[in-house]
Design a protein around this ligand. Sequence first.
Ligand SMILES: [Zn+2]
Length: 341
Amino acid sequence: MVLRPRSHPSLRDYGIMVPVSPDTTARILEDLVSDPKLARAQERWLLERDATTVTREDALRVHTKEYVDRLWDPTSREYVVMEGYELRAPDGSYHRYDPNRGRIPLGRLVDQLLDVAGGTIQVLRAALDYGRAFYLAGGMHHAMADQPGGFCIINDIVIAARALQASATIESAWIIDTDAHKGDGTAALTHGDTSITTLSVHMAEGWPLDQPAVRPDGTRNPSFTPSDIDVPIASGEEGRYIPRLEEALEALDEFPRPDVAVVVYGADPYEHDGLPSAGLLRLPLETMGVRDRLILDFLTARDIPTAYLRSGGYGERAWEPVAQFVAQFLHETLGHQTLGE
Ligand SMILES: [Zn+2]
């Protein structure tokens, strides 16, 4: 199953100039339906967004009350967006933000992201119903309990896992994060919680690990909270990526089998990704495919329902690894369905 996000304005419509290609989702779907078999079977695999949204109560299971108040307040939410997308330079000038080019007030982006996060809850449920499902959005893994970061305003991943726990739909989850950037928000939000096990394979250096490890007030920067399993890959070590991921999955296998796995996909380790801050990890398309195969086979062999979130992926070619993987994933799923008919 593939869950299509609702159609939303692009970041450029808000005046935010980050290299997110507004049509990545459309490009992935276009590529999938260029395959005649997938085109014919479209109604068997394409899911549309339902009415699931993230409520204040859902957000409060993950974020602090003070932060949730800021997100729900029509005035202060705009500042949260400025902070999360780093739209102001230290000297106070605008950075990658041009209010004159935006046609929608910045604060409205929060509603859009809450809707995106509603899709994350929906795709976890779809994974439980169908075995596996890929959401062409979501994966805002840098959002912390009390602050946004790295283009992430709310942590939809942990919000969705906690929502399903609250409704007694699941007890436990694994979160496997293969985005180029460390899943720091997810690690910090679930630290010490044995019901959620986190694995993150990411660039050893660069954002978010290039910040001071200790904040000015002496507290630890939450970006440095360890995941249950961290796999930092240094620049130039791409050849070791797959063996190190294999070792990490073996380590994950020592943890109890969860009710659901969430894979924070991340197309940004791809060598043709357009975001400079993901440039320290450059995997060829073939290695991206080996990565994806390894994780899918690992979870399928253990019969763990799996939800994928698209997560990072920037520029004109971000669609390529995603389309490659989802096509393979759909062919297998449809193959099984045909056998069962
Ligand atoms: Zn990323």
